[in-house]
Design a protein around this ligand. Structure first.
Ligand SMILES: Cc1cc2nc3c(=O)[nH]c(=O)nc-3n(C[C@H](O)[C@H](O)[C@H](O)COP(=O)(O)OP(=O)(O)OC[C@H]3O[C@@H](n4cnc5c(N)ncnc54)[C@H](O)[C@@H]3O)c2cc1C
Ligand code: SF4
Length: 341
């Protein structure tokens, strides 16, 4: 399938890129590794007038470890997966990066592109030929075009139910990451969770001219460990049908739980934080009953959108519980292994 015609530029500084993106507004699109942008353009999901290639900007490809861990947005997922610092300090992130697509995607795909990935839908992510069977949908079209899969409720505004399926975001949110964004107004740091709007039509909270510059991850506390588990149809290449990231911190005084974060991916238009798990576990030691309670809380919170091919909504909801139940003992085992080393 051929690419549509487009203009191309490759600015060498971040200021140049911001100026160009601000000038072209919605006619321009950033390309980093291109592993999502290029197939999407071939399938005419996006047809930007101008592609702004940010890979020529120097100094956006790094992993730094000082007061915290910083990862430049152009760092490839393959580099993160193999990085000594990341494997030692944030193994959950190394694993999540290693779960993305196939080695070719990880060698070209960047962390910035993975976090800013567009949402997916079984109608939207099809060829233009397939999509001809129905009129243009709300996400692809104008604000008054209807969703082609789910009827709009009477008197309510149109809604897009596409799913955010990036693998590294749940892990990074569980690790408490922030992101630094450079835009026409200068630099700002926001919690990674705030990058996601939850609106399937415009899922990423970046304005015209904004570029994700780096990811900032606090050092994990000494007695903590996390894990990301992904369920997909095939063991490689596939996007998640469900992803669960858990991060546990124990109190060194008595081994009771100090903090727990559970984040679910690929069920909604943004990653979902399971609220209230801290209260369930704080000050308690992990037992099978406690693991059951947390898994049930994750199950209750997950409302998978029925918008991914491969398995039912009910099955994906059950998988949230199963993955959480598997993840907690694995994270605890890691903690014991690290502690007894
Ligand atoms: C067959 C196949 C399988 C895949 N499987 C998975 C999978 O299992 N899990 C998964 O998470 N992904 C998967 N992907 C999607 C994709 O390969 C990865 O998400 C990859 O990390 C995207 O990074 P990229 O640098 O190639 O992004 P690009 O394709 O260059 O860009 C992706 C989006 O991010 C925006 N963007 C890129 N960089 C920035 C930045 N610095 N600031 C602001 N916006 C930016 C772009 O404008 C675009 O909207 C798959 C893709 C394919 C084709
Ligand atoms: S869910 Fe979103 S992308 Fe899918 S058909 Fe509806 S509006 Fe389009």
């Amino acid at each position: 399938m051929r690419l549509p015609r487009f203009e191309y530029s490759a600015p060498t500084t971040i200021d140049e890129a911001v100026a160009e993106l601000s000038e072209y507004k919605d006619e321009a699109m950033i390309i980093a590794g291109g592993t999502d942008v290029i197939p999407s353009m071939k399938q005419r999901r996006f047809t930007p007038k101008r592609l702004v290639d940010i890979r020529q900007i120097r100094g956006l490809e790094y992993i730094q470890s000082n007061k915290d861990i910083r990862i430049g947005s152009l760092t490839t997922l393959g580099f993160i997966e193999e990085s000594g610092i990341i494997n030692q300090r944030l193994p959950m992130l190394a694993k999540a990066a290693g779960e993305v697509g196939a080695p070719q995607h990880r060698n070209a795909g960047t962390i910035g592109g993975n976090l800013c990935l567009n949402t997916r839908c079984w109608y939207f992510n099809q060829s233009p030929f397939f999509r001809q069977c129905r009129p243009v949908c709300y996400k692809l079209g104008k604000d008054d075009d209807k969703c082609q899969l789910f009827p709009t409720r009477k008197g309510k505004a149109n809604v897009c139910y596409s799913v955010y399926s990036g693998d590294t975001a749940p892990a990074l949110i569980a690790l408490g990451a922030d992101v630094c964004i450079v835009g026409p107004g200068g630099e700002r740091v926001i919690a990674l969770m705030d990058l996601y709007t939850g609106d399937g039509k415009r899922p990423i909270a970046l304005g015209f001219g904004d570029i994700l510059k780096e990811v900032i991850i606090p050092f994990p506390s000494p007695l903590s460990a996390g894990i990301y588990l992904k369920h997909r149809l095939r063991e490689a290449i596939d996007f998640p049908l469900v992803g669960v990231a858990v991060n546990i911190a124990l109190d060194p005084k008595d081994g009771s739980c100090k903090q727990l974060k559970v984040v679910i991916g690929a069920v909604a238009s943004k990653p979902v934080i399971v609220a209230g798990v801290d209260e369930i576990v704080q000050g308690k030691k992990f037992t099978d009953q406690l693991v059951d309670k947390v898994s049930s809380a994750a199950f209750d919170k997950a409302r998978p959108l029925p918008n991914l091919l491969g398995c039912s909504q009910k099955y994906r909801k059950n998988m949230v519980k199963i993955l959480t139940k598997r993840a907690l003992p694995l994270a605890l085992q890691k903690l014991t292994d690290n502690y007894t080393k």
